[in-house]
Write a protein that binds this ligand. Structure first.
Ligand code: AMP
Ligand code: TRP
Length: 345
């Protein structure tokens, strides 16, 4: 395999209600990876409009995700934070990849099936093509590593299939232009740890989600200490005390979820949490979870609120990040055009 420089890319949609699942499944990973890799973190506003958005709300949500990245500890000077729509090469490469991806591949995407539901005739074409834009986001930087939550695994596999098909379809042209054997890397998903799929606090079989109508189902990053305490105390549980070993969580989705959240927030494992809390009642465990959640999330929520109010700072971070991202994206897109046989300026 050709050697690609290691580069991290990931995206978060500006669709409001950033929650603990986004934080533990994705954003904390983004923060850690800064130490070992060059990282590009994108507010994917083009993905957001695959379902209807109110323009003023969308603007606020773009700033909120940006603020969450910074408040969580991502350094926008050392790495890149930007919003997708400021770098048109994402959409440009997505079109090319729409011509690489096969209809049958997209037909298998479970997220589309879930989001479209019964009203499939009436959803946007963009919602269907969403995964090829996601592949373009990654491949336009030739990124090699992609930290995401479990729900994005299938989309990452598709991105790898698209990269490979492009490399095969244009193998001769790629070689004759001196790009070696592989033009795009196969981006590797990074899905690890005890909270890759944080579940709803109201139903341990449902994913914690921005769009759940019940605010009690999730802890929002901007929730204050009182809200966090109320939501954790009201979280659904079963009547048994906590088990001492992980096996005892297998048939208890709500207990499993809370233990996973505790493990992720305290940067340990579920086994270690159960070693401490095994045979404790939920009332005891929930009190500890409230304290931990407030200690970890409180400062981030506070800093987010402060940053979101400073429009000129946030917008300047996005402008600066977009400029630096554009240089990289333009370089790939020019090469893609050469490979395809397009004439360019
Ligand atoms: P989204 O809000 O859909 O743009 O998701 C942003 C990131 O958060 C993606 O990497 C998702 O996989 C991750 N994510 C979203 N919901 C959850 C969840 N309930 N548990 C873990 N990760 C999640
Ligand atoms: N689809 C991802 C989500 O909903 C967001 C996303 C868009 C993304 N483009 C990406 C994630 C590229 C990783 C890499 O969570």
């Amino acid at each position: 395999m050709a050697a690609f420089k290691e580069l991290v890319f990931s995206g978060v949609q500006p669709t409001g209600n950033l929650h603990l699942g986004n934080y533990l499944g994705a954003i904390t990973k983004f923060v850690t990876l800064q130490e070992s890799h060059d990282c590009i973190y994108c507010v994917v506003d083009l993905h957001a409009i695959t379902v209807p958005q109110e323009p003023l709300t969308l603007t606020n949500n773009i700033r909120e995700v940006t603020a969450a990245f910074i408040a969580s500890g991502i350094d926008p000077k050392k790495h890149i934070i930007f919003n997708q729509s400021q770098v048109p090469e994402h959409a440009e490469l997505a079109w090319v990849l729409n011509c690489t991806a096969r209809l049958g591949w997209l037909n298998r995407m479970t997220q589309f099936k879930e989001k479209a539901g019964k009203d499939r005739e009436n959803v946007s074409v963009g919602l269907y093509a969403y995964p090829t834009l996601m592949a373009a986001d990654i491949l336009v930087y030739r990124a090699t590593h992609v930290p995401v939550g479990e729900d994005q695994k299938q989309h990452l596999e598709l991105a790898r299939d698209i990269a490979q098909k492009f490399n095969n379809d244009f193998a001769d042209s790629i070689a004759s232009h001196g790009f070696g054997e592989e033009f795009f890397p196969s981006p590797e998903p990074l899905i690890q740890g005890p909270a890759t799929r944080v579940m709803s606090l109201r139903d341990g079989n449902k994913k914690m989600s921005k769009s759940d109508p019940s605010d009690y189902s999730r802890i929002n990053l901007t929730d204050d200490a009182d809200a966090i305490a109320t939501k954790v105390r009201k979280a659904k549980t079963d009547p048994e005390p906590l088990p001492s070993e992980e096996k005892g969580l297998e048939t208890r989705p709500e207990a499993d979820n809370l233990v996973g959240i505790y493990a992720a927030l305290s940067e340990t494992t579920k086994a270690a949490v159960l070693a401490e809390f095994g045979s404790a009642q939920f009332s005891t465990f929930k009190s500890a979870l409230v304290d931990l959640s407030v200690a970890k999330l409180g400062p981030i929520g506070g800093e987010m609120k402060r940053l979101v109010a400073d429009h000129s700072y946030i917008d300047s971070v996005l402008a600066d990040g977009s400029e630096r991202a554009s240089v990289l994206a333009r370089r790939t897109m020019n090469s893609v055009k050469d490979v395809l046989g397009f004439i360019r300026r």
